[in-house]
Design a protein around this ligand. Structure first.
Ligand SMILES: [Fe+2]
Ligand SMILES: [Fe+2]
Length: 473
């Protein structure tokens, strides 16, 4: 099915048949456009950008590529088709038919899950809004805007659910999505990693590698939901999310490639004088982004998470492939525990149901490590002896078991004093940030790249690398 783009809000959910819902969304739309203009990408109003737009949910050909005048991008509402006879796959209701309406007894929990996910989408657009000024190439500028418009669409996806299924309080929640802002001291975004700044492109590539991957795992867990409209929405969002992580992985890879080339060319580890980003600095950026993303999964031990699972609202990553009863009553798992005076880490046994956040986070870590292995292969292929590593789960944590302690990236517990003295070895310092920012000079000639990043392997949608991905006139 193709979507009628003459409609105010392109959709595959028969919006036209539900006048009340359509009117509610049409009332929200101008507020969204205002938000996009005020909080979205700076100086983008006059640009024409070669963008992908979702036009259906068919696996082949769901996207259309063409120049779009940015403010006229069509943010639509798309759900994957309903599966015949789909059943709830886990929790107390396992085996029952999925819900097509909100189950009254779980309304609050379900709304909280949707709001928390929805809030991250516009947050990332806000965090990235300044980056358009300093893109290292037209290709990258286009990718930034592609990610931004799709995060905007993900907000639409969640707002649709709130409007369609939660009545008045859903509409209020939808309004508040545009009232909280990333980093706003009075009304910040819900999750801390979405209040941090993303004001250089190394941060953007790390963000799309780590934060968007958190997005993938949260969406995958919600895609298992017994609340069918949420599952179907998230399944389609995951299709788009894959490109965001591609931008992250290929972005970090291109930075590394350039760094390695400069190291070999000048026979030095210190590539800063040659306009490159040294490996130690890249490792620091990785330490920062990965550790704040671990916090996004919440406390290792969580009754909320146990409830979401038992209620059938939020499953595990690839729930159906897991080899257990999908209920976990009476099951136990071992988790870490900070012991005694905070100087050692012990293990303790807890109910598996309460360790849902930890399980999702462990799957996230495995997935993150796979790309890091590819980074390391690239470094090794240049004959350079350096290994990028994900820091230990104890490093730089503000949420959960390890918030009480300080630890090195290797996971050795250290005193607060030592942490204060040595954190500059592991996390970006003001000087590091100033240096990386000093490299951020816009490159707008088609096919040209900034000094610190290698060109991509290929262009977008079969176009050459020197294609004019963004037109400024
Ligand atoms: Fe998203
Ligand atoms: Fe994303």
């Amino acid at each position: 099915m193709n979507i009628d783009y003459n409609e105010t809000i392109p959709n595959n959910v028969d919006l036209g048949d539900d006048r009340r819902l359509l009117r509610a969304l049409e009332r929200w739309q101008p507020a969204y456009i205002d938000w996009w203009k005020q909080m979205g990408p700076v100086e983008s109003d006059d640009l024409r950008v070669y963008l992908r737009t979702a036009i259906s949910v068919d696996t082949d050909g769901w996207a259309h590529f063409d120049y779009v005048h940015m403010p006229e991008y069509r943010w639509g509402i798309f759900l994957n088709p309903r599966e015949q006879d789909r059943r709830i796959g886990f929790g107390a209701h396992k085996g029952e038919p999925v819900w097509t309406e909100v189950p009254g007894e779980y309304r609050t929990e379900l709304r909280r899950l949707i709001v928390t996910q929805g809030d991250t989408e516009p947050a990332s657009v806000e965090q990235q809004r300044e980056l358009g000024r300093t893109a290292p190439s037209l290709y990258d500028l286009r990718n930034l805007y592609q990610v931004n418009v799709e995060e905007g669409r993900h907000l639409w996806a969640m707002v649709y659910l709130l409007h369609a299924y939660f009545g008045r309080d859903g509409r209020e929640e939808a309004d508040e999505m545009l009232e909280r802002h990333a980093g706003d001291p009075d009304r910040p975004r819900i999750l801390q990693a979405f209040n941090e700044q993303t004001d250089d492109w190394l941060s953007f590539f790390m963000f799309t590698y780590f934060q968007d991957r958190d997005g993938k795992f949260q969406l995958a867990a919600l895609a298992e939901s017994g609340f069918d409209p949420l599952a179907r929405t998230c399944r389609f969002m995951l299709t788009e999310e894959a490109h965001h992580m591609f931008v992250g992985e290929s972005g970090v890879m291109r930075v590394l490639q350039r760094t390695c080339e400069l190291m070999n060319e000048h026979d030095t580890d210190d590539v800063r004088p040659y306009g490159g980003i040294d490996l130690v600095t890249i490792q620091k950026w990785m330490n920062f982004h990965y550790s704040i993303c671990l916090d996004l999964f919440g406390s290792e031990r969580s009754t909320n998470a146990a409830n979401y699972f038992s209620m059938g609202l939020k499953g595990r990553y690839q729930e159906s492939k897991l080899d257990d009863d999908h209920k976990l009553d009476g099951e136990q798992v071992e988790i870490a525990k900070v012991a005694g005076d905070g100087s050692t880490i012990d293990r303790e046994t807890i109910a598996a149901l309460t360790a849902m956040n930890l399980k999702l986070r462990q799957d996230y870590t495995k997935d993150s490590q796979r790309g890091v292995n590819r980074f390391n292969k690239m470094i090794a292929a240049h004959g350079i002896d350096f290994t990028l590593t994900l820091p230990d789960e104890t490093f730089n944590r503000k949420i959960g078991i390890f918030q009480a302690i300080e630890a090195t990236p290797e996971g050795r517990i250290i005193s607060g004093e030592e942490w204060a003295k040595r954190r500059h070895e592991w996390l970006p310092t003001a000087e590091d940030q100033a240096f990386v920012r000093s490299l951020m000079k816009p490159v707008t000639e088609p096919g040209k790249m900034a000094s610190w990043v290698a060109p991509p392997k290929r262009g977008i949608h079969g176009q050459p690398i020197d294609f004019e991905y963004v037109q400024f006139h």
